[in-house]
Ligand binder design. Structure first.
Ligand SMILES: *Cc1c(COP(=O)(O)O)cnc(C)c1O
Length: 496
């Protein structure tokens, strides 16, 4: 069996997983995929008593076949042994007729920790003895801090994060500004998120600039299209299922449904990978906010990004192109890389593409899609708090609304809703939904919400207000390259 990865846009590409992690994406513009995915079955019976780390080992050994057993075991140990606030890593809570999989128990209280605690560890196994890497990330909030925590203090690696000045929440800003570690750099950019993102992309393609850097240093990204971030997310689908079995909610082999708050389609795609590996899932419920490009696609077969970009109360899902969707198109077209390439060219040139009836039908077999407005987000937060005393963040609330829509046609199959952030990461939205008066000061609002609900504040968010501010650079877009160069030259990634 071929154990290499290929590109969604060119089936001639054949590289080992390590190379795919090093490169991030293929130079034809495609994403790396494992062609034989549905031939790698995991025997549920063999992992039914396994803990999170043991399941992770089985899943990662399957999907990263060129890593040694020791490399995988060590990476899992370093990623998850001490950084989460529960040994379960992703605990499952049952709320009335459905279950919530909490993905926010990592060091930054967002689900991105699960991928971003692991990616740097895998990257470490990939680097040669002389290689050094500088990670560049533009962030609208959650990714930046999660990436900083994942890469901090790692040998031969540095990380520089750019975020829009005055463009992230107070908590998110403080989370970044208080980051310690000897290889972490942060600057806010005078401009919006798109400006920061565009500039970072430009820097990756600026060969002249890269030639001015130490030749042993390569630039890389912590973007969610890297398989090193995607594959660790497959683990919690198995873990959720097995927690239901352990709690006797289901028997081994019973089908379940998952509802997934969706932006870049990475989280829910990892679920689809789990299904290909043998997890008995009937449907994935894909939930978007008012940036509902995917819902329109599910209704028409047309993916059209030419719609206004909206800033919603679930900002980590404000997105017009769900990059990882390309991977689903690859599998659903039976690995037809020419077809995928044509669709992606249509998208780049015209802003839209249309898939065949057969492919749309095949996608409908595994997925249902819907969206939630901001006022429905608020309503969901109130609903679930009043009925069940469960406090939900706005992204999870998007999922809750779409889950209830779906359950009108299937209320029997056990349902697992993925919760992607702590409610305290988005205190203002949550508090405004629940109370008439909310302090404008975010710290006060957080304490009020805690006092009223008695739901504990995650330690990292409770402490962030009192930590020393270590990064307060504000720069212009055209200063980003010199900022990076200065950091590379200071050789800060190599201090320990
Ligand atoms: C990134 C993010 C999402 C979306 O996940 P994708 O993998 O991009 O679909 C949802 N909720 C929160 C809180 C996030 O940070």
């Amino acid at each position: 069996m071929n154990k290499n990865y290929t590109s969604t846009r060119n089936k001639q590409v054949s590289i080992p997983a390590k190379e795919a992690i090093k490169r991030g994406f293929s130079n034809d513009g495609g994403l790396f995929v494992y062609p034989e995915l549905n031939q790698l079955k995991i025997n549920l019976d063999e992992i039914k008593d396994a803990n999170y780390q043991q399941i992770a080992k089985v899943v990662l050994m399957k999907l990263l076949p060129d890593f040694s057993e020791t490399e995988i075991a060590t990476s899992i140990q370093n990623a998850y042994a001490n950084s989460f606030d529960t040994p379960k890593i992703t605990p499952l809570t049952s709320v009335s007729d459905f279950h919530i999989l909490e993905l926010f128990h990592g060091p930054t209280s967002a689900f991105k920790d699960i991928g971003l605690q692991m990616l740097p560890q895998l990257m470490k196994c990939v680097l040669g003895p002389k290689n050094k890497v500088m990670i560049l990330t533009a962030t609208s909030g959650d990714t930046g801090k999660a990436a900083l925590e994942g890469f901090k203090n790692l040998n031969h690696m540095g990380i520089t994060v750019f975020y829009p000045h005055n463009g992230v929440s107070k908590v998110q800003q403080l989370q970044m500004e208080t980051t310690d570690g000897n290889n972490t750099e942060i600057a806010s950019i005078r401009g919006n998120f798109d400006d920061a993102q565009t500039s970072v992309k430009k820097i990756f393609n600026d060969q002249k600039f890269k030639d001015t850097l130490d030749p042993n240093v390569s630039l890389s990204s912590a973007n969610s299209i890297n398989i090193g971030r995607l594959i660790p997310q497959v683990v919690y689908y198995f873990n959720a299922y097995l927690q239901l079995v352990k709690n006797k909610n289901i028997s081994l082999g019973d089908p379940v449904n998952f509802t997934v708050p969706t932006g870049n389609f990475g989280d829910v795609l990892a679920g689809y990978y789990a299904k290909q590996l043998g997890l008995p899932v009937k449907k994935f419920i894909v939930a978007s906010n008012e940036n509902n490009v995917l819902t329109k696609f599910f209704n028409t077969g047309i993916y059209d990004r030419n719609i206004p970009f909206l800033q919603t109360d679930a900002p980590s899902m404000d997105i017009q192109i769900s990059s990882n969707f390309e991977r689903l198109l690859y599998y659903k077209s039976n690995h037809d890389t020419e077809y995928v390439k044509k669709l992606m060219t249509d998208l780049e040139k015209n802003g839209h593409y249309q898939v065949s009836k057969e492919i749309l039908q095949s996608i409908h077999n595994d997925f249902y899609c819907g969206f939630s407005t901001d006022s429905e987000i608020e309503q969901s937060i109130v609903d679930i708090y009043q009925k069940y005393h469960y406090l939900m963040d706005p992204h999870t609330a998007v999922g809750y609304k779409v889950m209830r829509d779906y359950q009108k046609s299937d209320s029997d199959t056990p349902m697992i809703l993925l919760s992607t952030a702590s409610p305290y990461k988005f205190t203002q939205v949550v508090a405004k939904a629940l109370f008439d008066k909310v302090p404008t000061d975010d710290h006060e609002a957080m304490l009020d919400l805690n006092y009223a609900t008695q739901v504990p504040i995650p330690k990292n968010l409770a402490q962030v207000w009192n930590l020393p501010l270590l990064h307060q650079n504000v720069i212009d877009q055209n200063e980003m390259e010199s900022f990076i160069k200065e950091k590379v030259e200071a050789n800060f990634y190599d201090k320990n």
